[in-house]
Design a protein around this ligand. Structure first.
Ligand SMILES: [Zn+2]
Length: 151
């Protein structure tokens, strides 16, 4: 029986963190400190996805490191303690980081209307037009189940 590999044994491989926060939201490190700390652990890619604020840290890019620009939005249920609040957390990664940086830095956040899935999907579609791709984050931590994500 021959072995089958899901990933090619040939080629270049990069260690990446696709969800990170800095002092621009609730992180402990500046983007520069994050880069240094992750590089020491063998990472060559970090997506900077601070809460509700788009930041483009392209000044950190060099031949051995890529800083992916992005941000993480949240839409929360109202009226509950945060420990029992259902929430959507979605990362938006910028696939076109050289274009429209000024517009992206002023990008409005989605309305805090937890049950309005149509609004959320329209927001994601609008961000897609600016070059973002979306990633639905940590549903278990967000207290969500299949009913929350099936639409
Ligand atoms: Zn999150």
């Amino acid at each position: 029986m021959s072995k089958k590999y899901l990933l090619s044994k040939e080629g270049n491989f990069y260690k990446a963190n696709l969800h990170s926060h800095t002092v621009f939201s609730d992180g402990m490190l500046t983007p520069e400190q994050s880069k240094e700390a992750y590089k020491k652990e063998g990472y060559s890619i970090i997506a900077f996805t601070d809460h509700n604020i788009y930041k483009n840290h392209k000044h950190l890019n060099d031949d051995s490191f890529l800083a992916i620009a992005g941000y993480e939005i949240d839409i929360n249920e109202k009226g509950k303690d945060w420990q029992i609040t259902k929430t959507y957390h979605i990362n938006l990664y910028d696939t076109n980081p050289e274009e429209n940086i000024d517009i992206k830095e002023k990008t409005p956040l989605p309305k805090q209307d937890y049950n309005n899935i149509k609004m959320l999907n329209n927001y994601i579609k609008d961000m897609k037009k600016l070059g973002f791709i979306a990633c639905y984050n940590h549903p278990y931590w967000s207290l969500q189940n299949y009913d929350d994500i099936k639409t």
